[in-house]
Design a protein around this ligand. Structure first.
Ligand SMILES: C[S@@+](CC[C@H](N)C(=O)[O-])C[C@H]1O[C@@H](n2cnc3c(N)ncnc32)[C@H](O)[C@@H]1O
Ligand SMILES: [Zn+2]
Length: 290
């Protein structure tokens, strides 16, 4: 994208954003965003803007090697069934889609591809993710922010919100969703990647995960309108199995060497291991009063 069109995109998206310090609506400048009270947020050379406040965050966000591993896995097509399900579920007339915990922006790009007039905002705590997300699609803006803090977005600005394998702040999603808007949530089923989870040190998926999600949604005033199961399989090389583990929390607590050794053990003589993608897309909205 040329500098000019990037600037234009920020101009058209600034009114959706809020200053994380004072809550006012910023406007786009040559170099980033500026709110009426003079709080200034520079646009990084790589195209994203950090709207983290000075307090910083106690949460661990993805590192550069994790983001690179995630990008290789997503580019391999292993999770295309998930991207396709999201693209099919997002309303075509969506005006603004927010991807909360966007990672590389892969699923935001899929949603934007299916909603031809939409502007996308990818939010992530990791600047490495924001760098990738800024380039994920010509209609995507990338913002660094903490999902556990008030989101730097106005009330009711989003027609759709995506939460794909990412932390969910239901109260904040309820606040930013427009009336009639939808929240598309992707969560893994217990069988997700079951062939490789244990060997690669990936966290267990609780059997009650979907029940807990529904409880969490109901408590925040959401009603589930659709539950879409998505399954597919992929034959992974040892390098891909290493990436699959390294792009997630195992990337924090196991060394690349440990992951590679575990992956080599899994693939054995056939040199590949089959892994099942087994997830649910939950679509939820807030029923209108009356
Ligand atoms: C498992 S990844 C999923 C990324 C992407 N949705 C995908 O499926 O490819 C979770 C993402 O959430 C981000 N994340 C974790 N905690 C966060 C927080 N408190 N605020 C914002 N992003 C966060 C991580 O940096 C990471 O990119
Ligand atoms: Zn301000």
């Amino acid at each position: 994208m040329t500098h000019g069109t990037e600037q234009q995109l920020w101009r058209s998206g600034a009114h959706i954003l809020r200053c994380p310090v004072c809550g006012d609506e910023p406007s786009a400048t040559e170099t980033g965003l500026r709110c009426p009270r003079g709080h200034v947020f520079d646009r990084a050379r790589q195209g994203y803007v950090s709207l983290l406040t000075g307090r910083g965050s106690g949460h661990r966000s993805d590192t550069a090697p994790m983001v690179a591993a995630r990008r290789r896995i997503l580019d391999s097509g292993m999770f295309d069934a998930v991207a396709n399900a999201l693209a099919a579920a997002i309303p075509r007339d969506t005006g603004v889609v927010v991807d909360a915990g966007t990672g590389t922006g892969h699923y935001l790009a899929a949603a934007l591809g299916a909603a031809p007039a939409a502007l996308g905002i990818g939010i992530d705590l990791s600047k490495y993710c924001a760098r990738a997300a800024a380039k994920a699609h010509p209609r995507a803006l990338a913002v660094v922010a903490d999902l556990w803090e008030p989101l730097p977005l106005g009330d009711g600005v989003a027609d759709a919100v995506l939460s794909v394998f990412a932390p969910r702040n239901a109260a904040e999603v309820a606040r930013i969703l427009a009336p009639g808007g939808c929240w598309l949530i992707v969560t893994p089923n217990p069988g997700h990647l079951h062939e490789v989870r244990e060997a690669l040190g990936m966290l267990d998926i609780g059997a009650d995960k979907l029940v807990r999600l529904h409880d969490e949604l109901a408590a925040a005033g959401f009603r589930v309108t659709e539950t879409i199961p998505v399954t597919s399989t992929a034959d992974l090389s040892a390098a891909q199995a290493t990436d699959l583990a390294g792009m997630g929390p195992a990337g924090f607590h196991r060394t690349p060497g440990e992951l590679a050794a575990a992956a080599a053990g899994l693939t054995g003589a056939t040199r590949t291991v089959t892994a099942t993608v087994d997830v649910v897309v939950t679509v939820a909205g807030i029923p209108s009063a009356g």
